[in-house]
Write a protein that binds this ligand. Structure first.
Ligand SMILES: [Zn+2]
Ligand SMILES: [Zn+2]
Length: 387
């Protein structure tokens, strides 16, 4: 079954502000809540579909990628290549809806969505930095979609210490301040009674483990610079400034924390014959006097090869012919732009003896005499050009 449009799933307009999306999702989640749909076996899937839509549309970066590239643009941002419940980061915003779901889904699935982000015993330190790289593509490559290999230098887990940051023989030890919890509890008294604050452990920074002796090769960071090659699939129809996020392909996190992302920015190489205007391609076609006057069947280059085109009798210089569907495909896969062929009548700068004779003969005939100039003339040219 084809994936549904996220905006359609939640029933919101494409430009809807975030609070409207939030509201729409709340309504959706209440309606499709498995608790209320015990007799409907499809409800669980629908419930998940709504969460996926909300996850994407409530995140500015994911939403932009989706608006530009459709589902293809965001699937790589989910760890398993597709949305899993563990990708849902908004359960905390809808706790009233999600709080009892562990029982329904057999526990465990939602376990790590709650608790203020504190996964017991897990690493919570900050992930690696995101990286940006640019990849230049010709218009032909963009028209077809391309697979590109990009080279970049990034921080990867240190091989000497296996990412731990600790010197050989000096294994990292469990933090004693938080007893391996990554968090510490502080009780404070107030007028209203005792409150317990949970904060990140100041000793290990939430890492759970502390390093006594640092690895010499990485200085305790657990990561080193490496040159790598990445393969990236570029969908057809992308434009300058678009980017493709490669999840987990940025710098490795310090001390084994998850890696950041790598953003591949698209650059459009200048083309010697074509000019891109949105999804339309403009091509200037020089033709001779006789071709313009008598008409001709010719071949013009397009992004996907040569295509025959008819020059009608009496074609005016500057006239634009539209070749439907010969432009750039829409990046979301809906439709294709056109190629606009702008005819330029080429005046010869050198003529042979024979051609000169014929031109003189033609001049005497005066049948092809140009009309009067002035404003009226340009109005008539505009009519011809459809402007
Ligand atoms: Zn190391
Ligand atoms: Zn600690």
């Amino acid at each position: 079954m084809a994936k549904r449009d996220y905006y359609e799933v939640l029933g919101v307009e494409r430009g809807a502000p975030e609070d409207e999306i939030k509201k729409a999702y709340r309504k959706y989640a209440m309606k499709h809540h498995p608790d209320r749909n015990k007799d409907n076996p499809g409800a669980e899937e629908q419930f998940k579909e709504g969460a996926e839509a909300a996850e994407v549309l409530m995140d500015a970066q994911k939403r932009q990628a989706y608006d530009q590239f459709g589902h293809e643009g965001v699937s790589s941002q989910f760890r398993g290549g597709g949305f899993q419940w563990s990708d849902f980061s908004h359960a905390g915003d809808f706790q009233d809806i999600f709080s009892n779901l562990d029982d329904i889904f057999g526990g465990g699935i939602f376990g790590d969505l709650f608790g203020g982000g504190g996964r017991r015993g897990g690493r919570r330190s900050s992930r690696g930095e995101d990286l940006k790289v640019a990849v230049a593509l010709t218009l032909e490559e963009i028209a077809e979609g391309a697979q590109k290999t990009i080279k970049l230098s990034r921080l990867e887990g240190c091989e000497t210490c296996d990412g731990s940051g600790a010197k050989a023989g000096s294994e990292p030890v469990t933090c004693t301040v938080c007893a391996g919890q990554g968090q510490v509890r502080q009780a404070t008294r107030s007028l209203f009674g005792q409150f317990v604050n949970v904060t990140t452990c100041p000793e290990c920074g939430g890492n759970v483990q502390v390093i006594r002796e640092k690895c010499d090769d990485c200085g305790g960071q657990g990561r080193q610079k490496k040159q790598v090659s990445l393969s990236v699939n570029i969908p057809a129809g992308v434009a300058e400034g678009n980017y493709i996020p490669l999840r987990g392909q940025g710098n490795a996190g310090p001390n084994g924390a998850p890696a950041g992302d790598c953003m591949v920015f698209i650059e459009e190489a200048e083309h010697e014959s074509f000019e891109r205007h949105g999804n339309d391609i403009v091509y200037d076609l020089p033709i001779s006097f006789s071709q313009a006057a008598l008409g001709d069947d010719i071949e013009v280059p397009t992004l996907t090869g040569r295509v025959s085109m008819k020059i009608p009798t009496g074609t005016q210089s500057g006239r634009i012919f539209r070749m439907r569907g010969k432009g750039m495909p829409e990046v979301n896969g809906y439709g294709t732009g056109d190629q606009l062929v702008r005819v330029v009548v080429w005046t010869p700068t050198k003529v042979s003896k024979k051609a000169e004779e014929l031109f003189r003969e033609l001049a005497e005939l005066e049948s092809g005499k140009a009309p009067e100039g002035g404003k009226g003339f340009f109005d008539r040219v505009k009519e011809v050009l459809g402007g």
